[in-house]
Every structure is written in structure tokens, then in C-alpha cells.
Write a protein that binds this ligand. Structure first.
Ligand SMILES: Cc1cc2nc3c(=O)[nH]c(=O)nc-3n(C[C@H](O)[C@H](O)[C@H](O)COP(=O)(O)O)c2cc1C
Length: 414
């Protein structure tokens, strides 16, 4: 019986343990978590989602306060189109977050940054270019292009000196999306170094519609694998979404995958950014408390716990401080939904908004409890303590359990 450790992910001459901890935005996949993955010989992700907030938290900078001060006059205005990001400050925050993480890296693994195209930031191209280029400047080992088709993302950085040396990859949920990306990026004469194939059981946003349950990760991976072989394209495939045990991972590795990307198991790691109170919610969740809904203003379905405080919350939009989901016209589906409810309830001190959520604020406050489908199995990965809570695990314990387990077993903490 094989185990994950019998396989290696190869990037040129470099060999890695084929375990990738996926990016979990807004600082759920912390630098500490990514650093552990790298120390243990795998790949860890940090995320650049709401990077100014993350930098303020990590380095005591005042990026958010300064932006709010600049746009305070607009807080009561239902029109948010005036709220822009200062590209210099965006670069500075990215340089701090990524650069300090890379400085702290030890061990044979790698650290990538997860970069979501759906963070359109009221100037999609300009802000994305700064985020990608600055992460490369700051020495990141690689970038995973996420949450979007990224048809123009390679072109945005093709003049960067590290464009051909950093590992660049993309997350897709279908062969069609991959084909489109390759066709649109062909002009840059550079293939992705890896492709993460994310299925419908993943956490965060899904690359499927509300018919997600009709899709199956193994089938999509097999289809993409067969097409790559037929086209003689040698690009490592990294399945993600619902790979809960080392044995689940082995079955993908035996069927042509180069590595696996996992996340949900690490939401209950000590190094993970979720507050411990929230981690206990994840441990205790039952299957019927995990839903896929459409409250994310991005337009993508998102999986989360039904007890997430974000659901139904009608807080005033915080675009003056954050504003990461403002589209190219300065609009966000939550701002529209909120304005509609305010207009429908004149004089009300509070409104409830059911159809959309202020994702910036709620992700920033760890109040949108996004999670993978198998979150209800987390209770089987730890010990229940006398007070009814579960023991928080170390990232090393979870990583090594994936790496060495056989027979679908999950090792409990000592
Ligand atoms: C709490 C949480 C937050 C996530 N946030 C992001 C994100 O910001 N960007 C992204 O590309 N994927 C995100 N994901 C998806 C993961 O990176 C990963 O691909 C997927 O969840 C793997 O499936 P698993 O959770 O079943 O192991 C998130 C997943 C979780 C559980």
C-alpha cells in the first residue's frame, strides 16, 4: 500500500513532498502556516487578499486607516466609484507581507502567493499588475492565479525579470477553462508550471454554478490529464477539493496527479489564522450545517457554515476602508443590495441583507466561515476534550498525517 511520501513533485531539478496547502484568504492561510509547509518540504500559500489589512495586522502599518481617512467624506454616499487604491501603498503592503514571509522561509519547500482575479479593486488591471509584479519583486517562489479566468494575467507581467523563473500556475475547474487560458496566454510563449484542478467539494469560492454537485473532481482531472497527454503538454496537475486523507491523495497521485492541494484539514491547525473559537465551530459542524450559497458579491457560489455571522448581516459597506470587490465601475453587488434594503426601510436603524454579504468586512473579521465540504469530518481528526472542545492540531501533525498515512487512516494527536 503506497503513501504520499512515495511520490515527489518535480519542478525541474527540485523535488518536493507533493502536498500543497492551498491559499485561504484573508489571512486564514497565514505566513506561519505556509512556512510550516515549506519547512516540511511541501508548498505553502499565503494570500494577497486584503493585503493592506493583513500588513497592518502583521507589521503595525496604518494602510487601512489612511485609506479610510482619505475617503471618509464618501462613507454615507451610496456611490463608491470614487474610492481608489493607491498603487504605491498597495505595492508597499505586498512587499511587506510577501517579503517578510520569504525572509523567514526555512527548509526545502516553497512558498507561493494565491492571487485572486476577482479582487477587482476598482481598477482590475492596474491593481493586479502591481500585486503580481510586487510579489515577484519580493522573492516569492511562485504565484497561483485563482478566482477568475486570468486570460490577461501572464501578459501583465511578461516583462518582469522573474517571469520565466518563478513558478506560475492557475486554478481551473474544467478543461475548457484551461484551454481558454492557454490560448489567451500563448502569445507570452510561456506555459504554466502547474495547474491546480479544483473540484466542487473545495472551500472558498467554487468555479461551478449551483449545479456543483453534478461534478466530480476525479473525472475532471482524468479529462484534463488525457488532453494534456494527447497534446504532449507536460504540465504538473494538482487536484484539490475534498482530498481528506493521505489515501485519497495517493489515489490521485497514482492516476497522474503530480501533487495534491489541500486546505480544510489545516483550518484547525494552530498556525492557521482562524480564531480558536471559530476553529471549534469548524470541528463541531455537522454535514447539514455546511451550505453552498450565492451571498458572495463576486458572483461565484461559496461554501460556508450556516452559522456564519456574515449571513443576513446588513452592515454598512466599508469600501472606503477596504473596497477590494469594487468592479471596474466602482460597483459591488453588496453595495447595491444594501442600498436597496435601506431604500425599502426608510428610517430603520438596521437592515438585514439576505442575498449578498459585505465579504471584505466579514472575511476581515473572520465572520464568513467558508469551508470545504468535508468540514464535518474534522471532528474525526482530533480528540474531544473534557470541556467539549476539540484539541487544536499542529500543522506539522496534519501535514505528516497526509504524508505518511495509509488505509484511509487519520492519526490523532498524541
Ligand atoms: C477557509 C478556506 C478559505 C479558502 N480561501 C481561498 C482563497 O482565498 N483563494 C483560493 O484560491 N482558494 C481558497 N480556498 C480553496 C483552497 O485553497 C483549496 O483549493 C481547497 O479548499 C482544497 O479543498 P479541501 O479544502 O477540501 O482540502 C479556501 C478554502 C478554505 C477551506
Amino acid at each position: 500500500m503506497k503513501r504520499v511520501d512515495d511520490f515527489r513533485l518535480r519542478f525541474g531539478k527540485q523535488e518536493l513532498v507533493p502536498i500543497v496547502i492551498g491559499g485561504m484568504g484573508v489571512d486564514i492561510s497565514t505566513a506561519d502556516l505556509a512556512l510550516e509547509a515549506a519547512r516540511l518540504g511541501g508548498i505553502g500559500h499565503i494570500s494577497d487578499a486584503m493585503v493592506k489589512t493583513v500588513a497592518d495586522r502583521r507589521f503595525n502599518t496604518k494602510f487601512v486607516k489612511e485609506k479610510l481617512k482619505l475617503y471618509k467624506y464618501n462613507v454615507e454616499n451610496p456611490d463608491k466609484s470614487a474610492v481608489q487604491f493607491d498603487l504605491g501603498q498597495l505595492a508597499e503592503a505586498t512587499r511587506l507581507h510577501v517579503g517578510k514571509t520569504m525572509e523567514a522561509k526555512r527548509g526545502p519547500g516553497m512558498i507561493f502567493v494565491n492571487c485572486m482575479e476577482k479582487l477587482t479593486m476598482n481598477a482590475p488591471r492596474e491593481t493586479l499588475r502591481v500585486r503580481l509584479a510586487t510579489a515577484l519583486d519580493a522573492g516569492v517562489d511562485g504565484i497561483t492565479l485563482a478566482a477568475g479566468l486570468h486570460l490577461g494575467s501572464f501578459a501583465l507581467i511578461e516583462d518582469h525579470p522573474r517571469f520565466r523563473d518563478a513558478k506560475l500556475g492557475i486554478i481551473v475547474s474544467s478543461l475548457r477553462a484551461l484551454q481558454l487560458f492557454l490560448r489567451k496566454s500563448a502569445r507570452t510563449n510561456r506555459l504554466p508550471d502547474f495547474v491546480v484542478v479544483e473540484g466542487p467539494l473545495a472551500g472558498g469560492h467554487l468555479g461551478f454554478g449551483m449545479d456543483w454537485a453534478q461534478y466530480d473532481l476525479a473525472t475532471i482531472v482524468a479529462e484534463i490529464h488525457a488532453w494534456l497527454v494527447a497534446e504532449k503538454l507536460d504540465i504538473p496537475l494538482i487536484p484539490a477539493g475534498g482530498i481528506f486523507t493521505g489515501s485519497d491523495a495517493v489515489s490521485f497521485l497514482e492516476n497522474g496527479a503530480a501533487a495534491v492541494q489541500v486546505a480544510t484539514r489545516f483550518t484547525v491547525a494552530r498556525e492557521c489564522g482562524l480564531p480558536e473559537k471559530v476553529q471549534q465551530e469548524y470541528f463541531k459542524a455537522s454535514e447539514d450545517k455546511i451550505v453552498v450559497n450565492q451571498i458572495s458579491p463576486t458572483g461565484y457560489p461559496m461554501r460556508m457554515l450556516t452559522s456564519s455571522p456574515a449571513i443576513g448581516s446588513g452592515i454598512r459597506p466599508n469600501c472606503e476602508a477596504y473596497g477590494y470587490l469594487l468592479d471596474a465601475n466602482g460597483s459591488c453587488a453588496y453595495v447595491q443590495a444594501y442600498n436597496r434594503e435601506v431604500a425599502a426601510h426608510p428610517g430603520a436603524r438596521r437592515v438585514s441583507v439576505m442575498d449578498k454579504t459585505c465579504l471584505c468586512t466579514h472575511m476581515r473579521n473572520f465572520d464568513c466561515w467558508t469551508c470545504g465540504h468535508y468540514t464535518y469530518r474534522l471532528k474525526d481528526t482530533s480528540r474531544k476534550l473534557e470541556d467539549g472542545n476539540y484539541e487544536i492540531l499542529s500543522a506539522e501533525h496534519i501535514f505528516k498525517d497526509y504524508q505518511f498515512s495509509t488505509d484511509n487512516k487519520i492519526a490523532l494527536p498524541d
